[in-house]
Design a protein around this ligand. Structure first.
Ligand SMILES: NC(=O)c1ccc[n+]([C@@H]2O[C@H](COP(=O)([O-])OP(=O)(O)OC[C@H]3O[C@@H](n4cnc5c(N)ncnc54)[C@H](O)[C@@H]3O)[C@@H](O)[C@H]2O)c1
Length: 335
């Protein structure tokens, strides 16, 4: 059993955006062709506490290098005020042949980067008319930091970022990091509607639990990456062209898409999944007349794909702590 720490995972993944993007793309394509098993994720919540949760995402990813396993990810938004990241996670990878655990990985970096790679992949798959030069980010946390890293990898023309967060200190700090870490020119915008209208690519990654924006300020032709899933009102969803990762998964857990389904009694407003688009061709230019809304629930197969990449690379480089005695010894064959 190989155990990989946060530092080990970062060591493998830093600078490997292209490999992560390829792994995420492949996972979506395998999911589209039915070569995955992705049971509904399970939400552990606590009595008298609607804010905190721990989610289990078991998944099997088939294809040339099959892998099974689970991500177990906690979200405690109150951590942030104490200087601790909101999300923490472990990923366990199991052998699809014996079921035995192969590797235990620190999961927060894997989770954040697979999420960001998915958003960036969506932006490359549904391009606008010209090169991407600017993006608006709503929510200045870990996820949008990673989204920018992957957007920059996918769109080398990206130069400008309009930054909005309810917390002015976090917005200012985020803008500073954009310049220093990513070489992007960031402007803090204090009015949400002005931020939403600033660029035709918008990434929303907040901790909002109920919808608070109807997208009327967003310009037609804009792609909105709705990573946090619960910000956009039902009217905003219904007015957009909707692309999701999985219709069954995203129509759960009070996401905006789920609320829209409950309101109209059907899912016909979901035009396609990202897997359907990728299977049909590399790019699908988006409508210039409507807003396109990408709502990725976050499939466990993405975590498996990226964790498997990290596992193999770490093992080849001798990273991590190997504990061969972690599991019981093999029982000698009978006879
Ligand atoms: N879809 C997926 O696959 C997926 C995967 C991982 C995380 N997420 C979601 O992404 C979101 C962001 O995660 P994070 O780790 O970056 O969180 P974080 O706590 O690090 O940052 C969230 C930021 O959003 C800001 N914020 C909260 N409400 C806001 C509002 N109404 N308007 C503007 N800003 C607001 C907060 O001040 C904070 O700066 C979470 O909701 C998380 O559940 C989705």
């Amino acid at each position: 059993m190989l155990i990989l720490s946060n530092a080990d995972v970062r060591h493998v993944l830093d600078g490997e955006e292209e490999a992560v993007l390829a792994a995420v793309r492949l996972a979506y394509v395998e999911h589209e062709r039915g070569a995955t098993a992705v049971p509904e994720s399970l939400f552990l919540r606590f009595p008298d506490n609607t804010r905190d949760r721990i989610i289990a995402l078991p998944a099997y990813l088939g294809g040339a290098e099959p892998v099974a396993g689970m991500k177990w990810i906690a979200s405690f938004p109150g951590n942030v005020a104490a200087g601790v990241e909101r999300a923490s996670a472990v990923v366990v990878l199991n052998s699809p042949d014996t079921g035995r655990p192969l590797c235990l990985l620190e999961g927060s970096v894997i989770s954040a980067r697979r999420t960001a790679a998915s958003a960036a992949l969506a932006s490359a798959t549904m391009p606008g008319p010209g090169p991407v030069t600017g993006v608006t980010v709503v929510g200045c946390g870990v996820i949008n930091t990673e989204v920018l890293r992957f957007l920059r990898a996918v769109h080398p023309s990206l130069r400008e970022v309009a930054v909005f967060d309810l917390n002015a200190d976090r917005a200012a700090a985020f803008a500073g990091r954009c310049a220093v870490d990513l070489g992007l020119a960031a402007t803090v915008v204090t009015d949400l509607d002005t931020a939403l209208a600033a660029h035709q690519l918008v990434s929303i990654a907040t901790t909002a639990t109920t919808p608070h924006m109807d997208l009327s300020a967003v310009r037609p032709g804009t792609l909105v990456l709705h990573v946090s899933l619960r910000d956009v009102t039902v009217d905003g969803v219904l007015a957009a062209t909707n692309v999701v990762d999985d219709r069954d998964h995203v129509c759960r857990a009070a996401t905006s898409v789920h609320l829209a389904e409950q309101t109209v009694g059907h899912r016909d407003f979901i035009q396609s999944t990202i897997g359907e688009l990728l299977a049909a061709g590399a790019t699908h230019p988006r409508s210039g007349e409507r807003v396109t809304l990408f709502s990725p629930f976050g499939l466990g197969v993405l975590d498996m794909a990226v964790a498997n990449l990290v596992f193999h690379s770490a093992r080849a480089r001798g990273l991590g702590v190997d504990l061969p005695e972690f599991l019981p010894e093999r029982v000698p064959a009978a006879g």
